[in-house]
Design a protein around this ligand. Structure first.
Ligand SMILES: [Zn+2]
Length: 263
């Protein structure tokens, strides 16, 4: 068994918290630092299903990508979903840790993993973090060794993420050479993608007007889904925790799922 503090320190090495965006809420969000932990669940989001799973399987810590709580709250009651989930977690003595945008931006974080998975070279952050000595930062961009057709890049990404469809914006018959990446809802990185002369940007999701802006800027988009763009990294994180802390029971949530489906 390890203390919550020891596990938090390891997570802070994987995803240094100074990489988090200023608006974010990261680190240990629920829990007592010296509590001994024997079982950890990772998940993308603490939904009611994920919390129920953590309770049923007696997780003592949940390492969740999306922070709970995220925005400041002034009451924890059963009148809100956030309040109900926090009450359930606290009543079952389940701690919560989130790295969120620090993990998006880390050296082996989500955007880096996506970039490497597509075979990009000379991978760099789209927006370097001015507090990071190693030049890490938000998003990634890089170059393919050989230009490929846009639909070929889409096929590679689908295969990589284990999904069978995604949305696209822009010109279908286009060759892709320089690719920008922003997991989750990272449409705000579009301008940086244009500024680095990327012809294509991969996002989890974005809104209608950002799609139109991408066309205006001449950047093709692939929208692979918020869930698919990040969930794989929580499976990776569960493996890293299991390797680092022998004796710790670690699993990635089996109950959370993409809320979107096709009808
Ligand atoms: Zn996300």
């Amino acid at each position: 068994m390890s203390t919550l503090q020891e596990i938090s320190q390891f997570l802070g090495q994987l995803a240094p918290l100074h990489l988090a965006e200023a608006w974010d809420n990261v680190g240990l969000l629920v829990g007592r630092q010296q509590r001994m932990v024997a079982s950890v669940m990772t998940c993308l989001t603490l939904t009611p299903a994920a919390v129920a799973e953590a309770v049923d399987r007696q997780a003592q810590l949940v390492v969740v990508h999306h922070p709970l709580p995220f925005r400041p709250i002034n009451r924890i009651t059963d009148e809100s979903t956030t309040g109900r989930l926090l009450l359930d977690l606290a009543q079952h003595d389940i701690a919560v840790y989130s790295s969120h945008t620090a993990f998006d931006s880390a050296a082996h974080g989500i955007n880096q993993q996506l970039a490497e998975g597509l075979g990009l070279q000379e991978i760099q952050p789209l927006i370097p973090c001015d507090r990071d000595a190693q030049g890490l930062g938000s998003g990634r961009w890089g170059t393919l060794p050989q230009p490929v057709p846009f639909v070929e890049l889409a096929s590679r990404l689908k295969k990589r993420l284990g999904i069978d469809h995604m949305e696209a914006v822009g010109v279908r018959d286009r060759w892709v050479h320089r690719v920008a990446i922003g997991c989750g809802s990272a449409g705000t990185l579009l301008t940086a993608a244009r500024d680095t002369n990327c012809d294509t940007m991969i996002l989890g999701e974005t809104n209608f007007h950002t799609c139109l802006e991408a066309i205006a800027l001449g950047v093709n988009l692939l929208l692979c889904g918020h869930f698919a763009s990040e969930r794989f990294a929580l499976e990776w994180l569960a493996e890293r925790l299991a390797e680092q802390f022998s004796g710790l029971s670690v699993w990635c949530s089996e109950q959370e799922a993409d809320p979107l489906w096709q009808v």
